[in-house]
Ligand binder design. Structure first.
Ligand code: GUN
Length: 314
């Protein structure tokens, strides 16, 4: 039986001794704080507003968008969803984004990715007003994060959530991130690069490794903090993990499971980028998949929306 420990209930101790970082519990805590902040702002006459735009019928995107809408309602936000057909032109999507930019009831705009082929996602993301860019993908927000202006930047949700989990684990372990060797696997604009900036802001010594990195095992073996965001199921063997490391696994990969479900379809299961059981036997703390970083992404979207509304109200 895992036992809750520490001041928070987001950490449990596994049989192997590693702290297991419960992202579901942490996300519930963030959502509760946001709901409180949202009620306070509403009492001053400003109800935070979030618009989510979905183009096409990608099944995974539909699930994410529904979860975002539900979380927005839990937070007491004004929540709107725009569902556009897969045939939507870039000009039509840009027209909608411009209307949302001009709408005073909307403080946050999220255009769900990926977008259909006829639309250049970067052009659309750059149309979103930086102060409503709750995904933190606009070059203005990426730039503010890069120069260390956390007060003005809207930070991408997955790295922001990963950082909260990492800091909770470090606090419990009694270690400071300052001076630690942090390795980020993956160099995407959505996770890898902003994660590296956040770690650098905490004075970690940061390495970004990627598909062309030589001697990946050697790089991983040096990591006091490992953040894996490559999207390759269990690509990092547990044996590579440095003893006592903190491991944040951002990967959410669906792989074949065992047997069939009630409808006779082959079962699937979710795994991370790290081989969990073997890594948990070496790490000091680790996030599970599912139930680690995943739930934090939506929670941080709510947090960014509240921040954007507060800034507008100030
Ligand atoms: N698709 C997968 N993850 C994300 C995300 O964080 N933001 C957006 N807009 N689309 C996504």
């Amino acid at each position: 039986m895992n036992q809750p420990i520490g001041q928070t209930s987001i950490l449990t101790r596994s049989a192997a001794g590693a702290l297991i970082i419960d992202g579901k519990a942490a996300a519930a805590g963030v959502i509760a704080d946001v709901a409180k902040g949202s009620a306070e702002l509403a009492a001053r006459g400003v109800k935070p507003g979030l618009a989510v735009v979905l183009v096409g019928e990608d099944a995974a995107s539909q699930v994410y968008v529904r979860s975002k809408g539900k979380a927005a309602e839990t937070c007491g936000f004004h929540s709107v969803q725009h569902n556009l057909p897969a045939t939507t032109t870039q000009a039509e999507l840009i027209g909608l984004v411009q209307a949302l930019n001009a709408d005073p009831a909307i403080h946050g705009i999220l255009v769900q990715l990926p977008l259909p082929r006829q639309i250049d996602a970067q052009v659309v993301l750059e149309t979103i007003s930086p102060d409503k860019d709750v995904d933190g993908f606009h070059p203005v927000n990426a730039g503010l994060l890069a120069i260390g202006d956390r007060k003005r930047a809207l930070v991408p949700c997955t790295p922001a959530g990963s950082m909260i989990l990492l800091q909770a684990a470090a606090r419990e372990l009694g270690v400071s991130l300052s001076g630690l060797d942090a390795v980020v696997l993956g160099r995407s604009n959505i996770v890898g690069k902003p994660m590296a900036q956040l770690l650098l802001a905490e004075n970690a010594t940061v390495t970004i490794a990627h598909s062309r990195t030589r001697d990946l095992a050697g790089v991983v073996a040096r990591a006091d903090v490992l953040v894996a965001a490559v999207g390759q199921p269990e690509m990092i063997p547990g044996a590579w993990i440095k003893a006592g490391a903190i491991v944040i696994d951002v990967g959410i990969n669906r792989v074949p499971g065992e047997g069939v479900d009630a409808q006779g379809r082959p079962r699937t299961r979710l795994v991370g980028d790290v081989e969990f059981a073997a890594a948990a036997a070496r790490a000091a703390a680790i996030t599970p998949v599912p139930g680690g970083v995943g739930p934090m992404t939506i929670a941080m979207l709510m947090s960014n929306t509240l921040s954007a509304a507060r800034r507008r109200a100030a």
